[in-house]
Design a protein around this ligand. Structure first.
Ligand SMILES: Cc1cc2nc3c(=O)[nH]c(=O)nc-3n(C[C@H](O)[C@H](O)[C@H](O)COP(=O)(O)OP(=O)(O)OC[C@H]3O[C@@H](n4cnc5c(N)ncnc54)[C@H](O)[C@@H]3O)c2cc1C
Ligand code: FES
Length: 320
C-alpha cells in the first residue's frame, strides 16, 4: 500500500469499501477496522467511538489511521461484497422547498442487492466555488426488489458540500459514483408491531422498509410518525394516506410542531416526541425504527424508553 494515505483511502484504492458515512471527518465512527500491527496510540479523534474492549483488540477508525508500512488487518467478510457503481440520474423531483428525490439507474455494475433501510455513499465532484470532493451517506428510499435502480431523498444543507452539489450542480442524465450497500438499519425479526419515526429526509429508509414489508406481505402492524415544522415541510402525504386506505396494517401519523395559520392543519400538532407518547401504548412485542437528526432520535429514544421499549427493540440511523 502507498505510504501516507489513510487506511480508509488505501483500502478504497484496492476496492475494499469500509462504511464511512461522514467521509472521513471522524464524526460517524463507522469506519472501524481491526489492526493486528502496532501503529501507535489511539488518537483523540478516535477515542469517543472506541470502547476499552475494542481498543484492547486493536480496533481503530480507518479514516484516522495513516498507512506508513504494511499492516495486518481483519474486516468482516460482507464488506467484500460492497461495490462501486456508476449510476445515471434518470429523474430529479422536487419534494419540498429543501428536499429533492433522485432516481438513479445503475450503469456499471447493473445490479445492487440491498436490504430495505441500508444506505449508499455518493461522491460529489468539484463545482464553481468548491474544489473539495467529498463522499456522503444517503439512505435508499426505493425497494430492494428493484435491483437495477436506486432512489435517494436529499435535503439541502446550507453551504453543505455534497447537498449543494446534488441540488444545484447535477441534472438528469448525469452520471454519479456511489458505493454500497452499507448499514445496519434494516428490519429485525421478532416483533409484530413496528413503530417508524422520521423527520425530514429521514423518511427515505422508512419508505423503503414500509414498501418492502407490504410487498413481502409480512404480518406486521405498522405506524409511521412523521415530524415536520409546517405544512411546507411535508411530502409524500398522499402516498402514505393512500397506503393507509389500502392496507389495514399500516397507519400514518404526520405531526406539525409549528403549523402556520395558512396551513389550515387539522392533524396532530406538537413535537414528534409528544405525539409518539400520545399514541404508543405500553409495548408488547414492539420494535421502533428511528431516522433523522441526532437530536430528534435521542429525544425519541428517551420517550420510547419511558414507554417501556428496551435498547434491543430500538434501531436508528442518525443523519450526522
Ligand atoms: C447513515 C446515514 C444516512 C444518511 N442518509 C441521508 C439521507 O437519506 N438524506 C439526507 O439528506 N441526508 C442523509 N444523511 C446525511 C448526509 O450524509 C450528509 O451528512 C448531509 O447531506 C450533509 O452533507 P453535505 O456534504 O452537504 O454537508 P457538509 O459539507 O458535510 O456540512 C456543511 C455544514 O453543515 C453542517 N451540517 C451537516 N449536516 C447537517 C445537517 N443534516 N443539518 C444541519 N447542518 C448540517 C455541518 O456541521 C457543516 O457545518 C445521512 C447520514 C448518515 C450518517
Ligand atoms: S469515516 Fe466517519 S469516523 Fe471515519
Amino acid at each position: 500500500m502507498d505510504g501516507g494515505a489513510t487506511l480508509l483511502g488505501a483500502l478504497a484504492a484496492n476496492r475494499i469499501f469500509i462504511p464511512s458515512a461522514c467521509g472521513g471527518k471522524a464524526t460517524c465512527g463507522l469506519c472501524k477496522v481491526q489492526v493486528g500491527t502496532d501503529i501507535g496510540p489511539v488518537l483523540p479523534t478516535e477515542e469517543p467511538y472506541l470502547t476499552d474492549e475494542e481498543i484492547a483488540e486493536g480496533v481503530r477508525l480507518s479514516c484516522q489511521v495513516k498507512v506508513k508500512h504494511d499492516l495486518a488487518i481483519s474486516i468482516p467478510e460482507e464488506l467484500f461484497n460492497i461495490e462501486q457503481y456508476q449510476a445515471r440520474i434518470e429523474r430529479i423531483t422536487r419534494m419540498t422547498h429543501d428536499i429533492k428525490e433522485f432516481r438513479f439507474i445503475l450503469q456499471e455494475p447493473k445490479v445492487m442487492e440491498f436490504k430495505a433501510g441500508q444506505y449508499v455513499q455518493i461522491d460529489s465532484k468539484p463545482y464553481a466555488g468548491m474544489q473539495e470532493q467529498v463522499s456522503r451517506a444517503y439512505s435508499i428510499s426505493s425497494v430492494p426488489s428493484e435491483t437495477g435502480a436506486v432512489e435517494l431523498i436529499i435535503r439541502l444543507v446550507p453551504n453543505g458540500i455534497c447537498t449543494t452539489f446534488m441540488h444545484e450542480h447535477v441534472k438528469e442524465g448525469d452520471t454519479i459514483t456511489m458505493r454500497g450497500p452499507f448499514g445496519e438499519f434494516y428490519l429485525r425479526e421478532g416483533a409484530d408491531e413496528l413503530i417508524f419515526i422520521a423527520g425530514g429526509s429521514g423518511l427515505a429508509p422508512v419508505k423503503s422498509l414500509v414498501f418492502d414489508i407490504l410487498e413481502k406481505k409480512l404480518d406486521k402492524q405498522m405506524t409511521f410518525f412523521f415530524g415536520a415544522v409546517t405544512k411546507k415541510d411535508l411530502y409524500y402525504v398522499e402516498l402514505f394516506r393512500d397506503l393507509e386506505k389500502r392496507y389495514g396494517n399500516f397507519r400514518y401519523i404526520p405531526a406539525l410542531s409549528n403549523p402556520a395559520p395558512e396551513d389550515n392543519w387539522d392533524g396532530e400538532v406538537g413535537l414528534i416526541t409528544d405525539v409518539v407518547a400520545k399514541f404508543v401504548e405500553t409495548p408488547a412485542n414492539k420494535q421502533a425504527y428511528l431516522c433523522g437528526s441526532p437530536g430528534m432520535i435521542n429525544a425519541c429514544i428517551n420517550v420510547l424508553n419511558g414507554i417501556g421499549l428496551t435498547e434491543d427493540e430500538i434501531f436508528f440511523d442518525k443523519f450526522t
